[in-house]
Write a protein that binds this ligand. Structure first.
Ligand code: AMP
Length: 383
């Protein structure tokens, strides 16, 4: 008899849930991309919104919407929005509850137990807040698992061979890189560095500035001031353009009737090349490579000691990142597991093993020392 345990990636930008279904670990959910935007809000009529609907309204109703709550986990300061006060745990529990509902729909039964992932650098307070968010969502949190360890589990490292992997994780709002040692059943995070204020959102902002500058040069109108709908439209267009530039050398951004002047609609029509885009984001990408060097140094490893690079997070689809990693290590970075779903899948692998599917392995998940001595000796939040 097996138990039902789910694995959850509670992310800064998006969250996902995975579990053992139909003989394998699967990411679950009704949306095509299986991702739940980590956004919570209230509609102007006072209805609670979790996920996509909350994300859709965030630029128009910033006072009614909360995003990136993960950055506040562990803080005791109340989060104020929509004239109410919440703890970060309460907001996160709403996201968890929605994910659990998705899984309950897939299993047609209640779900009570979960593995939840956290960044390797999370402190005890941040880990405890995550556990508490799970409890508020009605879950017993059976493990708090480090995200880079989850990524290495998703890639199935756990054979007899020894691996030293680099997990490069760039999402919407955070970046971290970890050096992970996997020896048989034992996975250890040797070092981790990052910047929890850097991510794909910053790339969007650079493209947005470029588009708004173009509009201002052509029509003399500053969309940032007093044109919230046009600004919100361009923000979406900027993100779409950025994503396309991961696969195409040029992108054309056409937005009709952004604003009108003297009764005449004004349009934006710009072509952006990948080359120009890469120059815009290069300083940000280079700053991630400072963290890569620090993590390698702290782990006492050189680039040639690394035998696999695992790409995690939606922004790692940016070709400049793989190119720079290839230059550094001569390895081909791996992204054969969907970079947005990799951590959830890894949490799902551990959850499935704990639930009795397949062979359970011992997992020692030591916290990195590069975030300060308070982490020394801690075992990845294991109970
Ligand atoms: P995550 O936090 O892992 O869900 O990643 C979300 C971030 O990935 C957002 O900033 C997205 O805009 C970004 N992203 C998604 N797809 C792509 C793509 N094809 N190219 C570049 N960035 C992407």
């Amino acid at each position: 008899m097996t138990d039902l345990i789910v694995g959850i990636d509670l992310g800064t930008t998006n969250s996902e849930i995975a579990a053992f279904l139909n003989g394998k670990v699967e990411v679950l959910g009704p949306e095509a991309d299986k991702m739940l935007p980590s956004c919570v809000g209230f509609s102007s009529a006072g209805t609670l919104l979790v996920g996509r609907e909350a994300r859709h309204q965030q630029l128009l109703y910033p006072n009614l919407t909360i995003r990136s709550i993960k950055r506040k986990m562990g803080s005791t300061e109340p989060v104020k929005f929509a004239d109410k006060e919440f703890t970060p745990q309460e907001i996160s529990s709403l996201i968890l509850r929605q994910l659990v509902q998705w899984a309950e729909q897939a299993f047609h039964q209640p779900i009570r137990r979960a593995v939840i992932t956290v960044p390797a650098y999370f402190s005890d307070a941040q880990r405890n807040a995550t556990r508490e968010a799970g409890e508020l969502a009605g879950l017993e949190v059976v493990r708090i698992l480090n995200e880079p360890t989850a990524a290495s589990l998703a890639y199935g490292f756990g054979d007899a061979a020894h691996h030293t992997a680099m997990v490069y994780d760039l999402g919407g709002g955070t970046f971290d890189v970890s050096i992970v040692s996997v020896e048989g059943d034992v996975t250890e995070v040797l070092a981790s560095h990052g910047n929890n204020q850097l991510g794909g959102d910053d790339f969007d902002n650079l493209v947005l500035e470029r588009l708004e500058r173009e509009f201002q040069n052509k029509h003399g109108i500053k969309l940032q001031d007093g044109h919230p709908v046009a600004h919100a439209r361009l923000w979406w267009a900027a993100e779409e353009a950025k994503k396309k530039l991961s696969f195409e050398p040029y992108v054309r951004v056409r937005e009709e009737a952004l604003v009108s002047q003297d009764g005449k609609p004004l349009h934006l029509d710009v072509e952006l090349s990948r080359e120009e885009y890469e120059e815009m984001i290069r300083p940000l990408i280079e700053s991630t490579f400072d963290s890569v060097s620090k993590a390698l140094q702290d782990a006492r490893k050189g680039p040639s000691d690394i035998d696999a690079i695992l790409l995690v997070g939606g922004s790692t689809r940016t070709p400049l990142i793989s190119r720079r990693l290839r230059e550094l290590t001569t390895l081909e970075p791996r992204q054969d597991i969907h970079p947005d779903l990799c951590v959830a899948l890894g949490a799902g692998v551990l959850a499935s093993r704990l639930a009795g599917h397949g062979v359970e392995r011992v997992l020692v998940d030591v916290c990195p020392f590069s975030f300060g001595p308070s982490y020394l000796g801690e075992r990845g939040g294991f109970p």
